[in-house]
Design a protein around this ligand. Structure first.
Ligand SMILES: [Zn+2]
Length: 186
């Protein structure tokens, strides 16, 4: 998925043209930049298994700090926050944070299902389970962008209505989960 991550960086350049492409690549590849360091530190592990997949001979069985969903969300917030503290540009920070998150999403869509997180805890019963979960993740990202871009609400009533929308995430998560089952190994 190496090319795909660069594709994200190039696409992000259109949205935030003043941010260096290097910084955008840094963000889009952030998880893979961390990963070899964590391997060297012995915090994460990989197995070399020729023939395990068509594209790579590696079995990524332990990389929770660099590549779990929870960690990816954390890293993306960290990168966005870090950039904002320097640049003071909300758009740039947002684009960089999303670029970090995009890495996990692209890896998830293209790798074997070895990424840790919710996905290894549950399995889709049928297609709805898989797409329900994914549409939910995309919704969360969009909601996150909207909340960052929205600024102060015009009234407390507006605030209450927008805060109520958090219920959608509960229902959506419930719906997606009802089409999944807990993995035997979880
Ligand atoms: Zn990766």
């Amino acid at each position: 998925m190496f090319i795909g991550h660069f594709g994200v960086a190039l696409a992000a350049k259109k949205i935030a043209p003043r941010v260096s492409l290097g910084t955008l690549i840094f963000a889009a590849q952030f998880l893979d930049l961390l990963w070899p360091m964590f391997l060297l530190l012995g915090w994460e592990h990989v197995r070399i298994a020729p023939g395990i997949t068509k594209v790579s001979p590696f079995e990524f069985f332990d990389y929770p700090i660099s590549h779990s969903l929870l960690a990816a969300v954390g890293w993306s917030i960290a990168v966005a926050t870090g950039d904002f503290s320097f640049r003071r540009n909300r758009r740039a920070a947002l684009v960089l944070g999303l670029a970090v998150l995009s890495h996990w999403i692209l890896d998830f869509l293209t790798h074997r299902p070895d990424l840790p997180g919710y996905v290894s805890i549950t399995q889709a019963r049928e297609k709805i389970g898989r797409y329900g979960f994914w549409s939910f993740m995309i919704f969360l990202v969009i909601a996150w962008i909207a909340s960052l871009a929205a600024g102060a609400p015009p009234s407390t009533t507006a605030l209450a209505w927008s805060a109520l929308s958090i219920w959608i995430t509960v229902l959506w998560g419930w719906w997606a989960d009802s089409h999944r089952r807990v993995s035997p190994r979880a």
